[in-house]
Design a protein around this ligand. Structure first.
Ligand SMILES: NC(=O)c1ccc[n+]([C@@H]2O[C@H](COP(=O)([O-])OP(=O)(O)OC[C@H]3O[C@@H](n4cnc5c(N)ncnc54)[C@H](OP(=O)(O)O)[C@@H]3O)[C@@H](O)[C@H]2O)c1
Length: 239
């Protein structure tokens, strides 16, 4: 795949999936324009990614910062939106502030990125949103991930109609080994959750950030995939 003429926006570059995706797309020749919430973290990521990367600050809870981010980014070809907050909690004991934060970042935030991004996206471009396998495989504690993921997948199919010929797809990750797990539980609990999941998955391991990065590259490359939710979960949903 040669992406040398392509400019690709990726949100939340400090995230495991976002960073791996940026690295892979840069290797294919793309220019990436990325977001972070803190200048020091943005600077660090840009210095690791090298001269094909540039970026600007953006907080998905702040509508004005999203508008400003896309103003600075300018014209581009593809939009990838993995940035989001996270939380696990049973409904009976839910931290309502954290729950609303997922709505604001993962659902409303991705939607605002599309709303702003479509003003400057190439007609030959595409948009890749993020959901999660809990939309199809119920896991206790995943109310908010499942709710916003389901809404995002449904909205993506609408936008594939509305924004044609721009293609709109959703990546539906299973359990992927990223820092998200340390934000959801203690490091020890995260390790044991990942190990226990690996033991029962048909592929015998949890996902890596590269599994998801390759999926994003595939969705950019294949111009006939549109309005699709691409499950990348090692078979988790079928066990
Ligand atoms: N990893 C998995 O097992 C898994 C499974 C299913 C779905 N997913 C989905 O895949 C996507 C990427 O996941 P990941 O594992 O790579 O996540 P991650 O490593 O936890 O990274 C999350 C990113 O989102 C950013 N972020 C959080 N709140 C934000 C806000 N208010 N405004 C802007 N950015 C914000 C974080 O920035 P800071 O550094 O500033 O906090 C970080 O860059 C997410 O949508 C996640 O829900 C992941």
């Amino acid at each position: 795949m040669n992406l040398s003429s392509q400019k690709i926006i990726i949100t939340g570059i400090t995230g495991g999936i976002a960073f791996a995706t940026a690295k892979l797309l840069i290797e294919q020749g793309a220019q990436v324009f990325v977001s972070a919430r803190q200048q020091s973290k943005l600077d660090q990521a840009l210095s690791e990614l090298g001269p094909q990367a540039s970026g600007s600050l953006m907080d998905l809870s702040d509508t004005a910062s999203i508008t400003e981010f896309f103003d600075v980014a300018g014209e581009f070809d593809h939009l990838i939106t993995p940035a989001a907050s996270s939380m696990f909690s049973p409904i009976s004991d839910m931290d309502l502030v954290a729950a609303r934060q997922i709505l604001e970042t993962k659902q409303w935030g991705q939607m605002l990125c599309v709303h702003e991004g479509v003003k400057r996206i190439s007609k030959n471009g595409s948009i890749i949103l993020f959901s999660g396998t809990v939309t199809q495989k119920p896991i206790a504690g995943a109310t908010m991930f499942a709710s916003v993921g389901g809404a995002t997948e449904a909205a993506a199919r609408i936008w594939a109609h509305e924004l044609a010929p721009v293609r709109v797809n959703t990546i539906v990750p299973g359990i992927i080994d990223t820092p998200i797990w340390n934000s959801l539980m203690s490091e020890e609990a995260a390790r044991s959750t990942l190990d226990a999941t690996a033991a029962v998955l048909p592929v015998g391991r949890v996902g890596t950030v590269d599994d998801i990065a390759k999926s994003a590259a595939f969705l950019i490359d294949n111009g006939f995939i549109n309005g699709h939710s691409l499950v990348v979960d090692g078979g988790h949903r079928i066990i």
